[in-house]
Ligand binder design. Sequence first.
Ligand code: KG4
Ligand code: ZN
Length: 335
Amino acid sequence: MTITLAIETSCDETSCAVIKDGREVLSNIISSQIEIHRKFGGVVPEVASRKHIENINLIIQEALDEANITFDDVDLVGVTRGPGLVGALLVGISSAKAIAYGINKPLIGVNHIEGHICANYIEHKDLEPPFTCLVVSGGHTYLAQAEDYTEYELVGRTRDDAAGEAFDKVARALGLSYPGGPLIDKLSKEGNKDAIDFPRVYLEHDSYDFSFSGLKTAVLNYLNGAKQKGEEIIVKDVAASFQQAVIEVLVDKTFRLAKERKSNKIVMAGGVAANEGLRNMMESRGREENIDILYPSRILCTDNAAMIGAAAYFNYMKGRVSDYYLNVVPNLELR
Ligand code: KG4
Ligand code: ZN
């Protein structure tokens, strides 16, 4: 049995988890700073770092207590080393180093994006690579082929805004609060997705990359035009039409890759994988094409340390251990 203590502080969640054998969550404490950042309309990096420092020791203790263990029971210490906010990441990494040194156990620096993918190993106990993978978070949009537990072939990525970023920016333009993704998701259920014909951006015909900034501009132009003409803006219709334009492209490209690679599994990860419209469209296409669609439960979609613990475990199994020079890498790539 391997017990991993994992720490995640890449953005605005201070989180610590205890994971058994990479797949079983003994505790997953998440302290969100969303209420603090909401009044600024987004995450303020300096504020995030300070809040992590205030919270981290309490969250670590809570994770140990809830798992009913002490530091003596910990076999591995996993921590997010990037991508993320530099000051925020440093808080987690410093704590993890101190613990690993103190208990004389291996330290494993984890890629946050890989963590999002590994959330699926917790959710789906029998899931094994290979699979086609769509990572859609607030900061990243990646299409990848997972070859093995820690091996990914990065096939496509966003060339500008991330999917979640587009949701948040459009939500802001619609007067919704931060983070806007879940609110757009909710409004879309009542709105008409065909009300406004926003562009579907596919780029070059064989490209697996994404681009969402043109769509965001199209929504802003639509809102400005309607305001100038004195037309009524039906927020739920704008939300539904925007969401449809995003998810159609995500689903199309993911299925094209899955079919090209003869993959029978599509795995989704990241905050936007919580989107109900995206889940529904993926699942109905999956039924048509005979491809299994997997995603984590909502709490494991958004930032949490359990997913970092899973990723740390699988990296450890591959012999990837960090030393005490481990540093943060704010723009760390998937590979
Ligand atoms: O993965 P995550 O927690 O943080 C990053 O690593 O970036 O993702 C947060 C993003 C935010 O942009 C948020 O608006 C979006 O995920 N999000 C959603 C939904 N829930 C969270 N976007 C669309 N629909 C949702 N239900
Ligand atoms: Zn994340």
